[in-house]
Write a protein that binds this ligand. Sequence first.
Ligand SMILES: *[C@@H]1O[C@H](CO)[C@@H](O)[C@H](O)[C@H]1NC(C)=O
Ligand SMILES: *[C@@H]1O[C@H](CO)[C@@H](O)[C@H](O)[C@H]1NC(C)=O
Ligand SMILES: *[C@@H]1O[C@H](CO)[C@@H](O)[C@H](O)[C@H]1NC(C)=O
Ligand SMILES: *[C@@H]1O[C@H](CO)[C@@H](O)[C@H](O)[C@H]1NC(C)=O
Ligand SMILES: *[C@@H]1O[C@H](CO)[C@@H](O)[C@H](O)[C@H]1NC(C)=O
Ligand SMILES: *[C@@H]1O[C@H](CO)[C@@H](O)[C@H](O)[C@H]1NC(C)=O
Ligand SMILES: *[C@@H]1O[C@H](CO)[C@@H](O)[C@H](O)[C@H]1NC(C)=O
Ligand SMILES: *[C@@H]1O[C@H](CO)[C@@H](O)[C@H](O)[C@H]1NC(C)=O
Ligand SMILES: *[C@@H]1O[C@H](CO)[C@@H](O)[C@H](O)[C@H]1NC(C)=O
Ligand SMILES: *[C@@H]1O[C@H](CO)[C@@H](O)[C@H](O)[C@H]1NC(C)=O
Ligand SMILES: *[C@@H]1O[C@H](CO)[C@@H](O)[C@H](O)[C@H]1NC(C)=O
Ligand SMILES: CC(=O)N[C@H]1CO[C@H](CO)[C@@H](O)[C@@H]1O
Length: 386
Amino acid sequence: MRSTFLSLLAVAGYCAAQSNDTLNATLSGNSELSNLTTFLSANPALLSVLSNATNITILAPNNEAFGMLLNSSAGENLASDVGLVSALLSYHVLNGTYSASQITNMSAFVPTLLTNETYSNVTGGQRVEAVMIGNETVFYSGLLQNATVSQADVNFTGGVIHILDRVLTLPESASDTATAANLTALRGALNASDLLDAVDTTPDLTIFAPTNEAFQSIGSALANLSNDDLANILTYHVVNSSEPLYSTDLSNGTSVQTLNGGNLTITIENGTVFVNAARIITPNILVANGVVHLIDNVLNPNNTAAATPSATSGAPGFTGASSASEVPFTSGQATPTTQINPTSEGPGPASTAVPSSTSGPGVPMRTGAVGAAALLGVAGVVMVGY
Ligand SMILES: *[C@@H]1O[C@H](CO)[C@@H](O)[C@H](O)[C@H]1NC(C)=O
Ligand SMILES: *[C@@H]1O[C@H](CO)[C@@H](O)[C@H](O)[C@H]1NC(C)=O
Ligand SMILES: *[C@@H]1O[C@H](CO)[C@@H](O)[C@H](O)[C@H]1NC(C)=O
Ligand SMILES: *[C@@H]1O[C@H](CO)[C@@H](O)[C@H](O)[C@H]1NC(C)=O
Ligand SMILES: *[C@@H]1O[C@H](CO)[C@@H](O)[C@H](O)[C@H]1NC(C)=O
Ligand SMILES: *[C@@H]1O[C@H](CO)[C@@H](O)[C@H](O)[C@H]1NC(C)=O
Ligand SMILES: *[C@@H]1O[C@H](CO)[C@@H](O)[C@H](O)[C@H]1NC(C)=O
Ligand SMILES: *[C@@H]1O[C@H](CO)[C@@H](O)[C@H](O)[C@H]1NC(C)=O
Ligand SMILES: *[C@@H]1O[C@H](CO)[C@@H](O)[C@H](O)[C@H]1NC(C)=O
Ligand SMILES: *[C@@H]1O[C@H](CO)[C@@H](O)[C@H](O)[C@H]1NC(C)=O
Ligand SMILES: *[C@@H]1O[C@H](CO)[C@@H](O)[C@H](O)[C@H]1NC(C)=O
Ligand SMILES: CC(=O)N[C@H]1CO[C@H](CO)[C@@H](O)[C@@H]1O
């Protein structure tokens, strides 16, 4: 697949214009980036756009990262979809100059130049999570996949470059992410209520996603529900706001309105975050149209009680319900072939959550950078060449 991919890139770039080589000189001076340099030289139009840009951060995958990508199924897909190549590259460019010192142990959800709706139906450009863990700067992307900075702060005229040990993963649709995360009960329930399409195509969603165990534990309450009742429960798990609510947007006492018109109360107890009485067990799984937070209990629109003071785990919203022998709604749902990062230590939202109105120390100035139109132009050139 590698040869297909590289020849595609070579063909793709052939009709492009003369480039500004300042960036190229910086990249080609680093032996770890020879694959990226080759790639960009085959795409002079893209190199030119990036070279002309100001106030950007380029996350530059090293040769090993490209080696892993090209040997993966994600790499094979690149060969057959030039739109995907363009999307993947634009996801590696942050809108703003973020030096390593601006990335702290408080997660930041940084806008990238990825705006293709298929991977980014979120206002302001798809985000990547940037955080310092121990002494390492880590970026979390789709399916909670992580990439670590192996060399930080390589300056170039338009901003800064950080070298990554892995290529980022494009956020997938909510339903594909649900499959990968083994949220088969949720996916099946959404499917049964004809909500799957809406959950995949509505922009700026925040989805509180109960695990299979959560559904199973209240099986008796879910048996024999009408479609309307099931839909009412499911839409109580989804928030549609002006931008997705990442963990940093959830602060103690916040009330958020859900798609069914009800409200959810956020409580933070000793760094543990609760949505009503359910606990967020894995925050910040980025999806194409927003973000998914895994929770340990199904929420009940008729029981809006918040977490009790000093709670450490979630409590059922459906009190008195009993467990089912099988996980409900899973019949016919695909089992995971890919998985979300099982060992992810994605920093909890919790102790680090700040009101979204205060900008943390990690937030740099953002400016125009590369216009979306310019990048679309690149995609156009790529397609013409192809
Ligand atoms: C990519 O990097 C590897 C390892 O350095 C090297 O063997 C290979 O030739 C490079 N490929 C390209 C296209 O630069
Ligand atoms: C980028 O730099 C490399 C190494 O100096 C050079 O071979 C290549 O032609 C340059 N590409 C462009 C588009 O200037
Ligand atoms: C980059 O800047 C040069 C010089 O200002 C200009 O000629 C060229 O069109 C620009 N390229 C892009 C893609 O904006
Ligand atoms: C190259 O890019 C730099 C910084 O973006 C700019 O100052 C310079 O004028 C450009 N040179 C050419 C020849 O386009
Ligand atoms: C957006 O991504 C899709 C899927 O990869 C691709 O088919 C389409 O061409 C892309 N659109 C643009 C404008 O690049
Ligand atoms: C972080 O610390 C470990 C162990 O001390 C070391 O091996 C590693 O190189 C350090 N990483 C960075 C990015 O400094
Ligand atoms: C890179 O740029 C930053 C900010 O402009 C500066 O503080 C730093 O010294 C530069 N690093 C190098 C190696 O030039
Ligand atoms: C993105 O959201 C719009 C509504 O604003 C919707 O019409 C469109 O289908 C969505 N795109 C994708 C790829 O889901
Ligand atoms: C998915 O969930 C089911 C039911 O809870 C469980 O039996 C199965 O082991 C899980 N699969 C994976 C890959 O985690
Ligand atoms: C990054 O992902 C790898 C598996 O791909 C995992 O072993 C590692 O623990 C993860 N690191 C962090 C900081 O999440
Ligand atoms: C970059 O951010 C600025 C300010 O937040 C915004 O105006 C601009 O449209 C963004 N650029 C892209 C390509 O998203
Ligand atoms: C328009 C704008 O704000 N440009 C800024 C880009 O970044 C440089 C240095 O980081 C600033 O000096 C500019 O003001």
